[in-house]
Ligand binder design. Sequence first.
Ligand SMILES: [Zn+2]
Length: 115
Amino acid sequence: MTRRPPPAPVPIPSPAKARAMVEARDGRQCARCPQQGTPWHVDHIFPLWLVDPIDPERWRYWLLDNLQTLCASCHQAKTNSEAASRAKIRRIVSKVRTPMGAKRKARARRPALPF
Ligand SMILES: [Zn+2]
């Protein structure tokens, strides 16, 4: 089995250039509601906090396909929803880590065997 060569580097536009490209594509139309022309934001559809730092495809995060127009209200709602998800994940991870740490401490407190 042969491995595919890594993808060619994709030029990352500046935030201003990316915003202009999204505006040209979407015409300031919110992707989630009928709002158009109101204060708008460029949103990463797949958020950076979910990008696996060792995923060889992580460069896709920076593509125009991962950007969308959201009105300020929809962007705030999405951000709040993602923050809730992150907090939930952190709580789950902390519960998984705590029992293992607790076991290690319990083992350390066990008295040494008499032989
Ligand atoms: Zn909207």
